[in-house]
Ligand binder design. Structure first.
Ligand code: 26M
Length: 822
């Protein structure tokens, strides 16, 4: 029974091997003898790519023909992580390909390790966008992700002498086999210049925008596969290039160097991802990036409708556009401009379409993170948009006046233009006015939005507000990252849980099965051993897989309180120093995360952790009891190693500050127990897994704001808590800084004189909770029990559920089946 398979699509082992060697020869131009690891990676990537093109092209074709209602997810960031492993999982080819590689004497794990991940995002917000496009494809929803093809993604982190050093992320260095450039679909984006009013041939008042410069946007498409479906949606990222016409003009004037300079200026727009999260910086280039990708994306959508012979009157019926935070919010003004100026709509019609198109997700309550653009800068870059925004604002404020007569303070607060001093365009206000739906990312966050940051808008438009609790994809963060656990689960309850995460509940039937609990524990130990081996190899540090792996991995920020975790470590250190025979539960503290390059305090926190690690790891009294490791360059690839190996997940933000968190979910669905505050999605995780299976501590959001209102004084805590005082004094004395009392002074002072994030107020509660954790870990049977319950009850936190919520409550986009003919 000989079966002949096409080398491009066949999935038999022999075919895969032949196809792989074929790609190695014809694409990499190499024989095995002279191939590098990267050649092998590329050959395999193309082999896998060949096998998804059928789905991708058929999906695209289906959407073109059926012209279904479509979700457009606009995000300045998509933190995708490596493609190869994920595509193998979603195609169902992981095991055959692994075998095929083994037959050729290659290890799939090694090849996966080769991939330079597209780190086109900072953290939570960018990673959420990546999870959502995965779930959209898995749920077979017509959808497209639009974003920016940064030439340099989030910087690579190195640690030198305990300090963070940033290295440019040259992720495209060896080529990107997953993207396809579509230069034939390029578009033009205008910047600067001025506007001119004129009367058109129908005697109507119109506006023309005469730009100062025009930049080309070239789309690069990446297929996003659904899990075990035919759907392969597109992620379309825009790269900026110079327009020939501009080169040409300068060239004619004889200004060759000027022309080349102009060209590189244009290409700067998509050069680099801004590395700050949770704090906004009013940089012009950032605003240019936002407008650039938004304008390309909207023009692209309009062009698509024209190809499909659809009238733009129905734009809002054809597209539901989600604004991932305010970063793409200039889309509200740009869609208005396109409809008014380029397609001849009148204001009311254009406004009706626009406000039925957009929905806005807010990701933060931190005031310093709210985007506002200096009016001067905004007006000189986008003179037409500023006029449109004035018009939107004036009509909007009329509405406010009708609903709330004589409330001048309210008008001042709600105005899209901030006129309290230097004038600004407030992007969150524009997003609220221009969208039909506004959501927060966890229940508490959505409630706080209504009560605080967006309170006025809630009173104005209560019907717009909803909550959609975040979720994460179990394909990448369980199946791919933790195959041992995934296989154990599947051996007990089948594999339906991968697409229907609520099915994990069936694991509860095995709680009383001693054998299952043993296997579950064994899996955790093996995965911890894997991480220990990795740390041994890369850091030359030995960690004990029998110790409690206590992990905090996320961007470094004062509100996330990595330094509270540090105070706990110092406290344990002090206790052991005071009593070297103390019976402590051995712990390994692992940290990972990047600090924004301009965020001094965050960088000092990294230095502190590394300094503590130096002291703790070399003190003989600490041996076999405490270890501290700062894991360098925490990214998606590394996160996939970390989540599975955690016993304890640190989710210790000041209550009311973390909008949701998504790492918290990834840890818990891999069986880590959480020590956490009542913040963001922690609250819902605790409800889901059961309060007895969650280590809760700290003030509530309400208590935090009350305490602040009552005049919080950190000294009260410092003076009345000897262990706390001792811990802080250790730092200020220079104990961790070779006797230098100045090094950490800014950090210590920030705690003693301000403590904006209430570390001192939460310290005692945290320490007592950590003591309970240490006790609990000694009863390994009990711990495993709680850990199983965490996995079994995390179904709600699949991004498939989040996307279903968006579909049901906001987008109302039906699924579309894609046929893939053989
Ligand atoms: C803004 C302006 C200029 C440069 C960068 C930015 C910027 C970029 C990313 C601001 C914020 C950015 O990300 C914020 C973020 O990641 N927020 C997190 O979003 C997650 C997904 O909803 C939540 O789970 C986290 O709680 C929230 O902190």
């Amino acid at each position: 029974n000989i079966q002949i398979e096409d080398d491009r699509t066949g999935i038999n082992i022999e075919t895969l091997k032949r196809a792989f060697l074929d790609n190695l020869f014809y694409i990499q131009a190499k024989f095995p003898k002279i191939s590098t690891k990267n050649d092998y990676y590329m050959a395999l990537a193309y082999t896998v790519r060949d096998r998804l093109l059928n789905r991708w092209l058929n999906t695209t074709e289906t959407y073109l023909e059926k012209a279904p209602r479509t979700v457009a997810y606009l995000s300045a960031e998509f933190l995708l992580g490596p493609h190869l492993g994920n595509n193998l999982i979603n195609l169902g080819l992981y095991n055959v390909v692994k075998q095929a590689m083994e037959d050729l004497g290659l290890s799939l794990t090694d090849l996966l390790e080769q991939e330079e991940e597209p780190g086109l995002g900072n953290g939570g917000l960018g990673r959420l966008a990546a999870c959502y496009i995965d779930s959209l494809a898995t749920l077979e929803i017509p959808a497209i992700g639009y974003g920016i093809r940064y030439e340099y993604g989030i910087f690579d982190q190195e640690i030198k002498d305990g300090w963070q050093v940033e290295i440019t992320d040259k992720w495209l260095r060896y080529g990107n086999p997953w993207e396809v450039a579509r230069p034939e679909a390029e578009l033009e984006v205008k910047f600067g210049g001025h506007t001119e009013d004129f009367i058109d041939e129908h005697g109507r008042y119109r506006v023309k925008w005469i730009p100062f410069k025009v930049v080309k946007g070239v789309p690069y498409d990446t297929p996003i596969l659904g899990f075990q479906t035919n759907t392969a949606n597109t992620l379309r990222l825009w790269k900026a290039e110079a327009t020939e016409s501009f080169d040409f003009e300068a060239f004619n004037k004889g200004d060759y160097f000027g022309a080349v300079h102009e060209k590189s200026e244009s290409e700067n727009i998509t050069k680099v991802l801004y590395p700050n999260d949770e704090s906004y910086e009013g940089k012009q280039l950032r605003l240019e990036q936002q407008f650039f990708f938004v304008s390309c994306s909207l023009q692209d959508m309009i062009r698509m409708m024209q190809v499909q012979n659809l009238t733009l009157e129905r734009f809002h019926e054809h597209y539901a556009i989600q604004l991932n935070d305010t970063h793409p919010t200039i889309a509200v003004a740009e869609l208005m401009r396109l409809l008014l100026d380029e397609h001849g709509f009148d204001w009311d019609k254009a406004w009706n379409i626009t406000t039925k198109t957009f929905a806005y997700t807010n990701h933060t309550l931190l005031p310093e993170a709210l985007e506002r653009w200096s009016l001067n800068m905004f007006g000189s870059l986008f003179p037409r948009h500023l006029k449109i925004i004035y018009e939107i604002n004036s009509r909007f404020l009329d509405e406010v006046r009708i609903k709330f007569p004589d409330d001048f303070d309210r008008l001042r607060r709600m105005s899209i233009i901030d006129e309290s001093g230097e004038r600004y365009v407030r992007m969150a206000n524009l997003a609220c006015v221009g969208s039909f739906a506004i959501n927060g990312v966890a229940e508490l966050h959505s409630e706080l939005l209504k009560k605080t940051t967006l309170h006025d808008f809630y009173e104005m438009y209560p019907e717009k507000f909803t909550n959609v609790t975040n979720g994460v994809t179990p394909r990448r963060f369980m199946v791919l990252s933790n195959p041992r656990l995934a296989n154990l689960i599947t051996s007990k309850i089948g594999d339906s849980w991968v697409k229907n995460l609520d099915d994990l509940r069936k694991l509860e039937n095995f709680l009383y099965d001693t054998n299952f609990r043993k296997e579950f524990h064994k899996v955790k130990q093996e995965v911890k051993q894997d991480l220990a081996n990795y740390i041994q190899t890369s850091y030359n540090i030995t960690i004990d897989p029998n110790s409690l792996f206590d992990i905090q991995a996320k961007r470094i920020h004062e509100y996330k309180r990595q330094h509270l975790n540090a105070l706990h470590i110092i406290t344990l250190y002090n206790r052991i120093k005071a009593n070297p025979n103390l019976d402590v539960t051995p712990r390994t503290f692992l940290f990972g995360g990047k600090a924004a390059p301009g965020y001094y305090m965050a960088k000092l926190i990294i230095k502190l952790i590394n300094s503590i690690a130096d002291v703790v790891n070399t003190d003989p009294d600490m041996r076999d009891r405490l270890k501290v490791v700062f894991l360098t360059d925490y990214n998606v690839k590394f996160a996939q190693r970390v989540y599975p190996a955690a016993d304890l997940s640190e989710q210790i933000s000041t209550a009311g500050k973390e909008a949701s968190g998504t790492g918290n979910m990834k840890f818990s669905m891999n069986g880590a127990l959480t020590i956490g505050t009542l913040d963001g999605a922690n609250i819902e995780i605790r409800e889901a897994v059961g309060e007895e299976n969650f280590f809760l501590f700290g003030l509530t959001a309400q208590e935090v704001s009350q305490k602040k209102a009552a005049g919080y004084n950190p000294w009260d805590y410092y003076n009345s808590n000897p262990e706390l005082k001792l811990a802080i004094d250790r730092i200020s004395s220079g104990f961790f800084s070779h006797g230098d009392p100045n090094l950490f002074k800014p950090l210590v002072d920030s705690l003693l004189y301000r403590d904006d994030y209430l570390l001192l107020a939460d310290y005692q509660s945290y320490i007592e909770c950590q003591d309970r954790v240490s006790q609990a870990y000694r009863d390994r049977e009990k711990w495993v029990w709680m850990s199983i319950l965490n996995v079994a009850r995390m179904g709600k936190f699949s991004s498939d559920r989040s996307i279903s919520d968006y579909l049901k409550n906001i987008w109302k986009v039906p699924s579309v089946k894609v046929d893939v003919p053989e």
